[in-house]
Write a protein that binds this ligand. Structure first.
Ligand SMILES: [Zn+2]
Length: 538
């Protein structure tokens, strides 16, 4: 079976991006959440047989980075280099993020193309010079509308605060270059109307719709009060607004104005994964910039919700205080990758809780899934000397397992591959794991094994084959989420000699019953998910 890809033009890669992250600090849980989601989504599509391109990177210009570097007594470039090499790239490696490229906005391949893009807009009359004065949040690097500001209290009494950062805004007055964003409101609304799936989830779409329906102001796209940025090509007193610079990474990284062939093979992105705090930039400014320059618009913008920290033990910390490595050192990388997508409906707000993670790890990963894998391997070892027996006669119980698997594969593929709903996809896979556990409890192979008759041996073979073949499919389906443990299971089932590497297994084939050949060598390795010994702070 050959995958044709969903919604991708023939020959074009399924192109997924994370935001490029601000390098004013080390990566935290929120960055890891979006990046893992992108990795799982692209691995899923790779296992559909599609060509995939997965991009992440860092946003290195702007006042916030400049101020942080100054406070550390280093140049902004030195600050960025250090963080990218010592914090960002190593964390993505640690988390097994299989990105195809990593773009930094200080790279020449990016800055040259940004200047060309903006020059094109200027030549087309989309940019003009004007004055602007308004409340500005350095945290957002954005002018705020007076109506959206919050009244400060306590030490901020009498001041107006950014609704996102809850910090006082600064009144900025600048002579800047402006992009005629106001002229794109109707075109954007028409696009949202014609493409109901353009912004996910529904709550994000509604927020953007009501924002754009109020009408749009022209966008200041240059700054002259600091110089850490890409110079405006026709006026080097100005640098290009950091958000315009940043958004263009999605085009420059795949060869915009540089290599038409690679550009056409990837652009536009099929899915931009973002946090909802940067929704307007992606759902309003980015498509308007593309329209203005005659470029195609992305397929979908999928916003994840706020990630909060719940649970007693972590209550003193805030989100940025939790390093992903604190979690992986205790639970392992696989459980970390799995947990946030399992616990929170993608797109909704949710909380990270150490206790919830520990509870889910124990019940779903260690007990339901890990125990199933080790019990089946142990029984094939004990009753058949580690050689997978042939299933002789499938009865109703086996038929139910076959049907359960087919249903799980279809549901997981639709939810994860098409809808970017990881939680529902994982639910389908773990429901199937539960079903197989129930099958074994009901069939009681350890009792069947006490009978030496040929009929009983055949029955025992059928039960263990059914369980092992189910696990073969589970390894394929969980591989995008948990690459290392899935690989262990794949090896334990002896699947590779007959079926090839796990990464080459197609999602579409996962539900085809009987792929794991009888005669495979099954070995019981170390537990996929070892018991948690103790919890830090307990
Ligand atoms: Zn802000």
């Amino acid at each position: 079976m050959v995958a044709t890809g969903s919604g991708t033009k023939s020959g074009k890669a399924f192109y997924v991006t994370t935001p490029i992250y601000y390098v004013n600090d080390a990566p935290h849980l929120g960055h890891a959440y979006t990046t893992v989601a992108g990795d799982v989504l692209t691995r899923w599509h790779r296992q559909r047989g599609e060509r995939v391109w997965f991009l992440t990177g860092t946003d290195e210009h702007g006042q916030k980075v400049l101020r942080t570097a100054e406070s550390k007594g280093v140049s902004p470039q030195e600050w960025c280099d250090k963080l990218v090499e010592e914090a960002w790239k190593p964390l993505w490696q640690h988390l097994e993020i299989a990105n195809d490229d990593f773009i930094r906005t200080t790279e020449k391949r990016h800055t040259d193309r940004v200047r060309e893009f903006v020059q094109d807009l200027y030549d087309k009359g989309e940019i003009y010079k004007g004055g602007y004065e308004g409340p500005y949040c350095v945290g957002c690097e954005e002018y705020k509308l007076p109506g959206e500001l919050l009244e400060g209290t306590g030490e901020n009494a009498g001041k107006q605060l950014c609704p996102i950062h809850k910090r006082p805004v600064e009144i900025l007055k600048e002579e800047n270059y402006f992009f005629r964003l106001s002229e794109y409101a109707d075109k954007l609304l028409a696009h949202y109307e014609a493409n109901p799936g353009f912004i996910q989830p529904e709550s994000a779409r509604n927020e953007v719709l009501s924002f754009v329906r109020q009408g749009l102001q022209d966008l200041s796209i240059s700054r002259s009060t600091f110089d850490w940025g890409v110079p405006v090509p026709w006026d080097d007193e100005h640098v290009i607004y950091v958000w315009v610079d940043a958004l263009l990474n999605y085009a420059t990284a795949v060869g915009y104005n540089q290599n038409q062939e690679t550009f056409d093979a990837s652009f536009p992105a099929d899915v931009h994964l973002i946090g909802k705090d940067i929704l307007r930039f992606h759902a309003v400014i980015w498509p308007a910039l593309l329209m203005a320059n005659g470029l195609p618009l992305p397929g979908r913008i999928v916003a994840n919700g706020w990630l909060l920290v719940g649970g007693e033990k972590m209550s003193k910390s805030n989100l940025t205080g939790i390093s992903p490595r604190q979690i992986t050192s205790h639970f392992g990388v696989d459980a970390f990758r799995w947990y946030l997508l399992r616990a929170i409906a993608y797109g909704q707000d949710g909380s990270f809780s150490w206790e919830d993670l520990a509870a889910r790890y124990t019940s779903e990963l260690a007990n339901d899934y890990g125990n199933l894998a080790s019990r089946v391997a142990a029984m094939v070892g004990k009753y058949f000397d580690g050689v997978l027996p042939e299933a002789s006669a499938d009865g109703d119980a086996e038929q139910a397992v076959h049907e359960g698997l087919a249903k799980a594969v279809a549901e997981a593929d639709r939810k994860i591959g098409d809808d970017v709903e990881f939680q529902a996809g994982l639910q389908a896979i773990f429901d199937f794991v539960k079903q197989v556990n129930g099958y074994i409890s009901e069939q009681e192979p350890w009792k069947v094994a006490k009978d030496d008759s040929p009929e009983a041996r055949a029955r025992l073979a059928t039960i263990l084959y059914t369980a092992a073949e189910s696990l073969r499919a589970v390894a394929v389906l969980l591989h995008p989420f948990m690459p290392a443990s899935s690989q262990k299971l794949w090896e334990s089932l002896g699947a590779e000699p007959a079926l090839g590497p796990l990464a080459d297994q197609r999602v579409q084939e996962a539900g085809e019953w009987g792929r794991l050949p009888a005669g495979s060598t099954v070995t019981k390795g170390a537990a996929l998910f070892p018991r948690l010994e103790e919890q830090p702070g307990a």
